[in-house]
Each structure stands twice: as C-alpha cells, then as structure tokens.
Design a protein around this ligand. Structure first.
Ligand code: SF4
Length: 343
C-alpha cells in the first residue's frame, strides 16, 4: 500500500518499482484565522499528504472539519485574516508562498482545474456556456481567432460530456447535472495536472452523484486533451459513497487534522478504517450500521488538549485527553487493528 506520505524511497534493482513523483505534495500545512480579541481558529493543522499522477485522493470529513479551508489554501483564496504555515508543492511551485499574480496567472486554471461546489454559482449567469468556454479557452490557451475558439470550446464541452446542443444556453436553463458538466468543462480547459473537486456532488441526487464522480474519475484515467496521462484528482467531499466509488486513497479529516490516510480498498472493505472516527463515519452510513457518531465536533477556536475526538470516542483513555495523538497514517493512541475487525 502506498503511504502517500514523505518523499518515498526511490526503489532499488531488487525492491519495488519507484514511486512516481507526486503531482501535489503537501507538508505540515496549517491555517490559522486571526479573529478579534486575539482569538485564533485552528482551521487546518499539520496536513501532510501527496497526490500521485493518475490517482484520486478523497479528502473526507464532516462539514466544518477544515477540508474546504485546505482547498482554499491550495488555491490562494483564503481571506486576509488567515495565516498559513508549511508547504504545498505543485509543479515546483510552493502554492502557500506564491504571490497573487502567480496564483492568478499560473495556478488557477493552468496548474489546478477547480470543479466547484456550486456549479450554478460558479458560472456567469448572464452569459451562455459557449461564451464562457470560449473566454476561458482564450485566457488559458494559445488558441486565437473566432472559428478556432469556437472549435476549441466545442471540444472542451465534449471532453466533459456536455452536449453541443446546450452550448448556447444560459446557466439557469441547465439541470444540476449539466451545470456540473459545464463547470467541469471549464476546469479542464487549461489541461491542469491537478483537478481539485470541492464537494462536487452537493445537491445532486444519487444517480447524478454517481455519474458526476465517474466523469471526474474518467478525466484521471483517460485525461484526453493534450496533457496525456498523469493528471491527479483531489476530491473534497462529505459523501463517503462518492469517495468509495472512485478514490484510490482516502484522507479523513477531523477538527482540522488528517487523522487517517489509507488505501481506499482497505478502508471501505477489509480490514476497514483504523481510526475510531473513521470507523464511526462508515458505521453512520445507512447501508452499514446507520449509527451516528455521538456528540458534536469541537469548535476549531477552542480545541481541547490531547485528541480532539476524545469526548466522542469509546476508546478514549487518560492518555488521549492528556497527550496529542502521534502523527502518521493513523493519528490515534489506540487505533483499531485488523483483529478488532475480525472479532
Ligand atoms: S487518540 Fe484516543 S480519543 Fe483519540 S481517537 Fe484515538 S482512542 Fe479515541
């Protein structure tokens, strides 16, 4: 199983094949919001993961756990009262220290294609999909000339399975699924090596969720366009079924920290999650135990000492409340082991 953490051994003649260089490498990423009266909100703490070429990493957790803040940090879209630490390298560029000019000209659209949470809000309401695609093609590629832009916009729509018959429609004339495809088409125009999908299935019914995530996965497996293989997908979602459907690996976030990083097959199947919170998330699913995680997440501005999950955790001990869990693939003093699962 790939750890996805750390630079990884290069492999030897007798050892495993070398791991490809990550598309995105995040190390010790923290985000603090400075609030009035000196209050500090620890929105993200010490996030550490890689996303490899051809891979989908699903970042999952409840609302307010910090996952969308992490996405905003990667895109340089945090508000002015945010402070960041750590690094997030993409194509040799540290996204956390890049200036706004670089982020606008080089990162958004070109290095990161954003599939937004609310496609209808992301699209300009007073312009047709065709017009928005042509403008994005002109901004992100070398294509010039009316006819060439039209052809390129139609090709971009086709890549996202957006029907050519709907290109001259306005966003309010589209169904939720077609608006999602239009937003995906825009995200794909720049042939970005990283697709960042931030809650891409919000508000969609199950059938559309499946189709949307399958579509995203297709752009990783068979990216088309000019970039060739090697695109990566970071999907931020609270929808575990969507994550199970397409993810290669899963990162679980709780109270601003990544508490488990696991291979998706092992996580959703056998032996299952090792962190008690991760197990609670799965057991809350209707097609599993349908038993919600008791209690509520803590305020990010008032995190307890030790493990932030301790007040909700049946395995908590004095060690958990007194000492922060170890960092690593499972941030827990008493993680589940495979024997627990077989019991
Ligand atoms: S460190 Fe302790 S309280 Fe936290 S998840 Fe693990 S067992 Fe539960």
């Amino acid at each position: 199983m790939s750890t996805g953490i750390g630079p990884g051994p290069a492999g030897t003649a007798t050892g495993p094949a070398p791991r490809p260089a990550p598309v995105l490498s995040v190390r010790d990423l923290s985000v603090r919001f400075l609030m009035p009266a000196g209050r500090r909100v620890a929105a993200v703490t010490g996030a550490r993961f890689d996303v490899l070429p051809g891979e989908c990493l699903a970042l999952i957790g409840e609302s307010g756990c910090g996952k969308s803040v992490l996405a905003s940090a990667l895109l340089g879209l945090l508000p002015g009262n945010a402070q960041t630490a750590g690094s997030a390298f993409l194509g040799g560029l540290d996204l956390l220290t890049a200036g706004e000019r670089t982020l606008a000209r080089t990162v958004r659209g070109r290095l990161i294609g954003l599939v937004p949470q609310s496609p209808a809000a992301h699209l300009t309401p007073v312009r047709t999909v065709r017009s928005q695609l042509e403008e994005t093609v002109a901004a992100l590629t070398a294509t010039r000339g009316r006819a060439a832009l039209r052809t390129a916009a139609e090709a971009a729509a086709e890549r996202a399975a957006f029907p050519a018959t709907h290109l001259d429609r306005y966003p309010h004339e589209l169904s939720g699924g077609l608006a999602q495809r239009a937003a995906t088409a825009l995200a794909l125009v720049g042939d970005a090596p990283l697709l960042l999908a931030d809650e891409p299935t919000t508000g969609l019914d199950r059938d559309l969720v499946d189709r949307t995530v399958d579509e995203l996965r297709r752009h990783v497996d068979d990216p088309g366009g000019t970039e060739g293989a090697g695109r990566a997908l970071l999907m931020i979602t609270h929808d575990l079924a969507a994550a199970e459907r397409i993810a290669d690996r899963v990162a679980v976030m709780y109270a601003g920290r990544i508490v488990e990083l696991a291979d998706a097959t092992a996580f959703f199947g056998t032996p299952g999650p090792r962190h008690p919170y991760s197990r609670g998330l799965l057991e809350a699913l209707p097609d599993r135990a349908f038993r919600p995680v008791p209690g509520m997440p803590p305020e990010l501005g008032d995190l307890p000492d030790g493990c932030a999950f301790a007040p909700r955790c049946a395995r908590a001990t004095d060690l958990c409340t007194g000492q922060a869990p170890p960092s690593g693939e499972v941030a827990c003093h008493h993680p589940h082991v495979p024997e627990d699962v077989r019991a």
